[in-house]
Design a binder for this molecule. Structure first.
Ligand code: HEM
Length: 430
């Protein structure tokens, strides 16, 4: 059987998967993310940007990985059992990883009697596995039905829809390699193998781009000049598209969203995101366990079973060489798409004053406590804020509203534990 990495690497390079990724990100951005910003703005409420982005990432990766819409970013921001359990299980796994190795047998012993975090972790893994197993079984059945319909020539519209998610592609790839009528069941990908692939994708793709964007919006708040340049770039790409379209094609639908080619043209947006990841690598460290005795390039001896950790900074935040991140393209697509869409909307995050963010101990570089913000609506996106900030720096605040805003910001800075429901806007304008 071909290695998981080889198959995934091939699938990721296909145009079909690339198009599918764009389609998913587009739907999640326009149907959920932007309407949520509008809602937060009109309600004058406070959101945790990191939480929104994690939900965005989770919905996207579950759709890409196994074609299930978890709906984490629905407007009510629901708690989804699979997402919550997956999160908790990841947290407890990391905790286990941080214990000294000699404590682990004791934790495992306690787990046998249903005591301790290991027992909790086992139960959570069961919930996650059960969910994954049910998706796999359902998908196998759907694909079988589709094949039967194809073969009998009656392609009911229900079955003519292709399955573009990675799980379906792995199953189809497996069947094609073995030949559809093969009875060589031993060579088939087992459900367990598929389940591990599926969960590996969720683990690898869910938090990474979300935490990167959290730091991105935090930094952006301090660099309106960068926002301005990005707005200009996105606008000029939009303008070029409009110019190339015929009059009758200029419908709302055609102009909405960005194509893969347009995203590729966003060099400045890409550079800003890349620089952000250099400063705040989303996967800060990578650990490997030696399976045989070996030597590191500097000659250090590593014994079989030794763990070697490496800090991923500089330009290696996607790892490098044979283990380079398979989702690198997807991550850039997702991040650029969302950033460009927000910048071409009238909505902007208006961060609440808070002490300098700290890192949370997690597999990814999460921001401890999240990133709290209100949402404002700019009449002239990208310009207002630059003007306002430069006026603030020059002490040329215009009207009483601006003065009120600054006074309240200063006050809130002096008292970092800002009240939960109170928003900057309601304090100043009320
Ligand atoms: C900013 C976003 C991301 C960063 C910084 C990042 C970083 C990394 C790193 C450092 C590794 C290497 C881990 C190792 O050595 O084992 C890795 C592996 C991987 N990443 Fe990403 N990643 C990102 C987004 C994604 C996304 C969105 C996906 C979506 C599917 C993804 C899929 C994968 C997979 C499948 C692997 C495992 C490759 C293997 O088996 O060798 N990543 N990533």
């Amino acid at each position: 059987m071909e290695s998981q990495r080889k198959v995934a690497s091939y699938e990721f390079s296909t145009k079909a998967v690339r198009d599918f990724i764009i389609e998913l990100v587009q739907r999640e951005t326009h149907n959920r993310f932007l309407p949520l910003l509008a809602k937060v703005h009109s309600e004058g409420s406070v959101v945790d940007i990191q939480d929104l982005l994690l939900r965005f990432g989770f919905d996207n990766i579950c759709l890409l990985g196994f074609g299930v819409d978890m709906g984490c970013l629905e407007s009510s921001l629901p708690e989804i059992e699979f997402a919550h359990t997956f999160d908790e299980a990841t947290r407890l796994t990391l905790k286990r990883f941080l214990w000294p190795i000699y404590v682990l047998p004791f934790l495992d012993f306690l787990a046998r009697f249903g005591i301790g975090t290991n027992s909790k972790l086992r139960n959570m893994v069961k919930v996650v596995d059960r969910f994954a197993q049910s998706v796999i079984e359902k998908r196998r059945q759907e694909l079988k039905l589709r094949t039967a319909h194809e073969e009998s020539g009656e392609l009911a519209s229900k079955f003519s829809r292709g399955y573009s998610d990675l799980l379906s592609r792995f199953i189809q790839h497996d069947e094609e390699t073995r030949g559809r009528n093969s009875v060589n069941a031993a060579a088939a990908m087992s459900d367990k193998y598929l389940r591990d692939i599926m969960l590996n994708f969720v683990l690898a793709g869910r938090d990474t781009s979300s935490v990167a964007l959290t730091w991105f919006f935090w930094l952006l708040d301090q660099h309106p000049e960068v926002e301005k340049k990005m707005v200009e770039e996105v606008r000029s790409i939009r303008k070029a598209r409009k110019a190339s379209l015929q009059e009758h094609e200029l419908s709302q639908k055609v102009v909405e969203g960005f194509t893969y080619e347009e995203l590729r043209e966003m060099h400045y947006v890409q550079a800003a995101i890349t620089e952000l990841m250099r400063l705040y690598p989303p996967v800060p460290a990578d650990t490997k366990t030696a399976i045989t005795d070996d030597y590191l390039p500097d000659g250090t001896f590593v014994q079989s079973g030794d763990r070697v950790s490496r800090i991923l900074s500089s330009t290696r935040f996607f790892q490098a060489g044979p283990r380079i991140c398979l989702g690198k393209e997807m991550a850039y697509t997702q991040m650029k798409y969302l950033v460009a869409s927000i910048l071409s909307s009238p909505y902007r995050f208006q961060l609440l004053p808070q002490p300098s963010p700290k890192f949370e101990i997690s597999l990814t570089l999460k921001m401890k406590g999240g990133l709290m913000s209100t949402v404002r609506k700019d009449s002239c996106p990208g310009f207002d804020k630059v003007l306002r900030t430069s006026m603030r720096l020059n002490g040329e605040m215009a009207g009483p509203e601006e003065l009120g805003l600054i006074a309240s910001l200063k006050q809130k800075r002096a008292h970092p534990s800002w009240p939960g429901q109170e928003t900057v806007e309601s304090v100043t304008m009320g």
